[in-house]
Design a binder for this molecule. Structure first.
Ligand SMILES: C[S@@+](CC[C@H](N)C(=O)[O-])C[C@H]1O[C@@H](n2cnc3c(N)ncnc32)[C@H](O)[C@@H]1O
Length: 250
């Protein structure tokens, strides 16, 4: 899958920041990630590529301290305006400005697919996590976006075959392999499925064609708009891991 340059990703999330929290899907996945992380009073949680801090905010009632690291200043501003107790740090997930073994929990939710080197970012997560800590991350399941499926079908009818960007990375085996290669011990992999009303068809089009600019034609757009159902469904894999204490990256 082609990952857009970081500057483009940042601009896209800066623009989306004010409306981001309206996504029911992101709220639900954040709640599932916190349940998997099992935060406990007094712990420090790092929410990696934490955006507006949905995960960190959902974890705060457990009596933790939360740090949100993200590359988008707009998303971080939104995080702080929603919850001044969050510590926010603007940084690239591939190079964390945090000390080794300085946090108890790391979450990285709906963000890995945006990283140029997901393995490097997870290695960083393993480095900063204490040996008895926990790392929870999600990956998109293969065919995990119903809007992506609708785009591929519309494109196919116009003679353009588009690959599913998550076909290779979105299986349990591939996700577990990524974790292991990044110095993590996988404890659990679970499926997460969400379904929410599709509120903004225009935005759905821009979202899906961002990773497939070649499909951005009037004919495909008409077919896409016509075939879109009223609900959008997402499927993810949620992995709960521990750092491998003998990993060379630590
Ligand atoms: C879909 S949002 C997810 C936000 C949050 N984790 C959540 O679940 O709501 C993806 C986030 O990843 C951030 N991001 C993408 N690439 C990044 C990178 N290399 N380093 C840090 N943050 C990055 C974006 O700025 C954006 O806030």
């Amino acid at each position: 899958m082609t990952v857009p340059p970081l500057a483009e990703t940042v601009a896209a999330f800066d623009a989306r920041a004010a409306a981001y929290d309206r996504s029911r899907m992101h709220q639900l996945v954040a709640a599932r990630a916190v349940a998997a992380a099992r935060p406990q009073q007094g712990q420090t949680l790092l929410d990696l590529a934490g955006g507006t801090g949905l995960v960190a905010r959902a974890a705060l009632p457990h009596g933790i301290t939360a740090i949100v690291v993200d590359a988008s200043p707009g998303m971080l501003r939104q995080a702080r305006s929603q919850e001044p107790r969050l510590r926010v740090v603007r940084a690239d997930a591939h190079h964390l400005p945090l000390r080794r073994e300085s946090v108890d929990l790391v979450t990285c939710v709906t963000a890995l697919h945006l990283f140029a080197r997901p393995e490097q970012a997870l290695r960083e997560a393993a480095r900063v996590c204490r040996p008895d800590g926990r790392i929870v991350f999600t990956t998109w399941a293969a065919h995990g976006w119903s809007t992506g499926r609708a785009l591929r079908e519309a494109a196919e009818q116009e003679g353009l075959t588009l690959p599913d960007p998550f076909a290779d990375s979105g299986t349990r085996e591939a996700a577990a392999r990524l974790a292991q290669q990044s110095g993590l011990l996988v404890e659990q992999v679970v499926d997460v499925r969400t379904k929410e009303p599709l509120e903004d068809r225009e935005q759905a089009w821009h979202h899906v064609t961002r990773s497939h600019p070649e499909a951005s034609t009037d004919a495909i757009r008409r077919r896409f708009a016509h075939s879109l159902p009223d609900h959008v469904e997402h499927a993810l894999l949620l992995l709960t891991c521990r750092p491998q204490t003998s990993s060379p990256s630590r």
